[in-house]
Design a protein around this ligand. Structure first.
Ligand code: ZN
Length: 246
């Protein structure tokens, strides 16, 4: 472990920490691709298909971008490339938080609830503000950035829970708690050896809980068409799928 970074500077990992950082997210790239494909396979409505694509893509990207950034950080000494990828890595956190909400907010029969309907857009607006803030003040006011993650990660979920007890799902709460506990390690570079790699494992575990919750509640395995959110004007997706298969 190397000494802690000064304020407004990035911590420099040891070679072992670099390898741990790459490995702890690299191993989840293939499972997240398989997970994303499974969501698409289970989609029977257009809303589900859109959710599967948005959430699945960001699930894959969060691990791909992180693995790529940490590999370049270790092997390549091009400062500009490293800096650009670091910005992408941090931006992906905001996108991934918004995308994790998306399947829950995109269920069609919740369109009649104004709060949930507006939350659909609020989470993405928060992600855009977060990314802009992070691009402008990169590696400055880092504590504020962490507070921003917490506000975005917890705020909308409290609002959603207030509206529907439907979302009182244990896996969702577990995922959220794991993210929050993981932040201790996110902030412990130079205090705990391999702290960033441990943070990565917390991210993977929390994402796993959220994925499972989304898979079983928003994409239930069923032979019945159009569940959940059956009020689409579009032709049922499974009709289209059977046309393609013919
Ligand atoms: Zn990382």
């Amino acid at each position: 472990m190397n000494p802690r970074a000064f304020t407004n500077e990035a911590y420099i990992p040891t070679p072992i920490e670099h390898v741990a950082n790459v490995a702890t997210h690299g191993i989840w790239v293939v499972p997240s691709v398989i997970g994303g494909i499974e969501l698409i396979r289970r989609s029977t409505t257009w809303a589900q298909l859109v959710s599967a694509c948005v959430y699945g893509t960001s699930l894959i990207l969060v691990f791909v971008v992180s693995t790529f950034f940490h590999s370049v950080h270790y092997c390549n000494h091009n400062r500009q490339l490293k800096d650009a990828l670091h910005r992408c890595d941090r931006a992906m956190i905001y996108i991934f938080i918004a995308a994790s909400y998306f399947p829950w907010l995109n269920i069609e029969h919740f369109s009649d609830n104004e709060l949930l309907f507006s939350m659909r857009y609020v989470v993405w607006i928060m992600a855009i503000i977060g990314i802009l803030y992070q691009q402008i003040f990169h590696e400055k006011y880092k504590m504020l950035e962490t507070i921003f993650y917490i506000i975005m990660g917890i705020g909308p979920s409290v609002a959603i829970l207030n509206v529907y007890n439907y979302y009182n799902i244990t896996e969702l709460k577990m995922g959220g708690l794991i993210y929050v506990f993981g932040l201790v390690f996110f902030k412990s570079d130079g205090i705990i050896p391999c702290a960033h790699a441990i943070w990565h494992l917390f991210v993977a575990a929390a994402a796993g809980f959220h994925y499972y919750a989304i898979l079983s509640h928003v994409f239930p395995e069923t032979d019945l068409p159009n569940i959940p959110g059956a009020s689409s004007n579009m032709p049922p997706l499974n009709m289209l799928k059977s046309h393609i298969e013919l």
